[in-house]
Design a protein around this ligand. Sequence first.
Ligand code: GDP
Length: 296
Amino acid sequence: MVLAQLGGSISRALQQMSNATIIDEKVLNECLNEITRALLQSDVQFKLVRDMQTNIKKIVNLDDLAAGHNKRKIIQQAIFNELCKILDPGKPSFTPKKGKTSVVMFVGLQGSGKTTTCTKYAYYHQKKGWRPALVCADTFRAGAFDQLKQNATKAKIPFYGSYTESDPVKIAVEGVERFKKESCDLIIVDTSGRHKQEAALFEEMRQVSEATKPDLVIFVMDSSIGQAAFDQAQAFKQSVSVGAVIVTKMDGHAKGGGALSAVAATKSPVIFIGTGEHMDEFEVFDVKPFVSRLLG
Ligand code: GDP
């Protein structure tokens, strides 16, 4: 279910409940079940939805509903608060500071949009007066360096990589050192992502992280991976200390639910979303407007 449809389904469920002459437990349950179905279809993880339903039942007081208060508003507010709570892990991610060197490492499965997102992130900061640089430590995928090089050249961002060196750790360390010397303040390391969550990928990621000591590890996730989001995010978190999430491909047929799962699994906030293939199709993520949009 795409974002706009989710809002519609929830509104309909609330409307049906409001139309009922008597709001008793049965009517409330029917409404919550409807909302649960809508959230599941939008790829929100089953456990998150179930917990949310339990919490809403605790918060929403049937007597208040029966007394003729605005029922829709009461339940809508409870859902809004619960969704915001899921998306807010309680602590902000490390935020790089302009003029002070930070190393940011990107991880994620192949095809998640990692390389594209590295450039978007660099470009976003460059426009704000930073001095970003890109390091391609993906020696696995043929063409990865060319892709990063092409993106970086287009955005006039310095880059580092190799056609011949096969050790990603060596490239990452060399690149980070070079750009530290050149006083870049945002050194972005793109790592390789394979199709499956193979142990080798995680080991390589761990080694790159250990060697470059990133200030922040960003997990890049494709919003269309559906219910697999939670397990995938958790697997990455268990290997490297993921500190923030970027959800890509939120344009088109994007489902919003994966974002909630990624936050729950990594206990890290979503900081940006990708909304297209172009360099500037990239937005700062803000919990409340996102949830408002989700609820329509
Ligand atoms: P990587 O293998 O994780 O490095 O993925 P890439 O950066 O090569 O991206 C895979 C594909 O997804 C490319 O065709 C990108 O143009 C596309 N892509 C990346 N981010 C977005 C996004 O936010 N929206 C859309 N529509 N496409 C995206």
